[in-house]
Design a protein around this ligand. Structure first.
Ligand SMILES: [Zn+2]
Length: 388
């Protein structure tokens, strides 16, 4: 074990009480996308106390953070990313409180020895992963320019590296028909709800003929007001996902034709819109990921990949398309616990969750030290990124 590795491990150990407290504070005060005022302030204060040059409110987002360690010199730039938004109604069911605490621990631990290391260390506090695309806006603002390695970890019911993510686009479909008494004069109405239902039926027929791994799933967000009024307005929202950005775009066209067909069949007028977030697929960096895994195992978390290759979507996908990046998963609960469930929320506030967070902090810190100090490593990471 190198001296630096030992030193960042010891730094995380020293920070343990504080990191647990950060994780707990966020857990007990879950904040939705772009409303993470308390979380971002706490993280900014901790980073400032650790000597970082902190900007809270970057990229035009009140709750986004860029914190650069002042001991910067020639060499690679390593970014450690922390998410901190929660989900509606079920709190930290994605464990972002642990991501924030672990990323903070890693950044502060590496910061404690940064004067002895070359390169630049930056912490990014990235809001609104859950459907808000904070990282996408931070990329657009140029914050990731010059970054040689961007790294974070994500809590999971498995421990794995190299898993991709699905490209995603959120679509809203609205139909406008004509109201009429549903019993007295139904022939005078145009049923917008029927158009929505026809759209779902079209998509369900399409489903048999789409590639494995792609996903189209939706809800009816508005279905009329009363059974005795022919629905004048109805709306649905869909997420369209695929392992490749191009195939996601192809599916969007197919979905649109399902909606257009439904409009034609029912006479309702279609309004089709891409709304909310669109994330690109993940390009996980192997060199960086394997290094993280080695350190994670050394920190006491065994490798335990899932049997299947099911994936979600994340704006870390976008980051991984512009700079080399990793988004490894670290197990915090039993394998049968689903993400975005109440059971996962419980795990995100559990002793096992906090222990996994501390191990992930060490693994991130050690990986950052490697990239900053090991000759040729940043170049190998870059080489793989360019080649894939
Ligand atoms: Zn998440």
């Amino acid at each position: 074990m190198s001296d630096w590795t030992r030193q960042v491990d010891e730094a995380v150990d020293r920070l343990e009480v504080r990191l647990r407290d950060v994780g707990k504070e966020l857990f007990e005060h879950p904040e939705l996308k772009y409303e993470e005022v308390r979380a971002s302030r706490r993280l900014a204060a901790e980073l400032e106390a650790a000597g970082f040059d902190v900007e809270l409110g970057v990229a035009g987002i009140e709750t986004a953070i860029r914190a650069v360690h002042p001991a910067a010199s020639d060499g690679p730039t390593v970014a450690i990313l922390g998410e901190y938004d929660a989900l509606p109604e079920i709190g930290h069911a994605c464990g972002h409180n642990l991501i924030a605490a672990g990323a903070l621990g890693a950044a502060v631990a590496v910061g404690s020895i940064k004067p002895g290391l070359p390169g630049t260390l930056v912490f990014f506090g990235t809001p609104a992963e859950e459907g808000g695309g904070g990282k996408v806006r931070m990329i657009e603002a140029g914050l990731f320019e010059g970054v040689d390695a961007a790294m974070m970890f994500h809590p999971s019911s498995y421990t794995t590296i190299g898993r991709g993510s699905l490209a995603i686009t959120e679509v809203k479909i609205e139909f406008r028909g004509k109201p009429a008494h549903a019993s007295g004069c139904p022939e005078k109405g145009i049923n917008a709800l029927d158009a929505v239902i026809q759209t779902f039926n079209g998509i369900n027929a399409l489903r048999q003929h789409i590639k494995d791994g792609a996903r189209i799933h939706g809800i009816i967000s508005h279905g009329g007001v009363k059974p005795n009024i022919v629905p004048e307005y109805a709306a649905a929202e869909f997420y369209v996902r695929a392992p490749e950005n191009d195939y996601r775009d192809e599916l969007l066209q197919k979905l649109r034709r399902c909606a257009e067909g439904a409009a034609l069949a029912t006479g309702a007028r279609l309004e089709y819109g891409l709304v909310g977030h669109a994330y690109r697929a993940m390009k996980p960096n192997k060199v960086l990921g394997e290094r993280f895994l080695k350190h994670l195992v050394a920190a006491g978390i065994p490798y335990n990949p899932p049997k299947d290759n099911s994936m979600g979507s994340t704006d870390m996908g976008d980051v991984s398309q512009v700079v080399p990046g990793i988004h490894p998963y670290v197990q915090i609960c039993e394998e049968d616990v689903a993400g975005h469930s109440r059971e996962f929320t419980t795990a995100s506030g559990s002793e096992r969750g906090y222990r996994a967070m501390l191990a992930a902090a060490k693994a991130l810190a050690r990986t950052a030290v490697d990239v900053l100090s090991e000759p040729g490593l940043a170049a190998r990471i870059r080489e793989e990124f360019e080649a894939t």
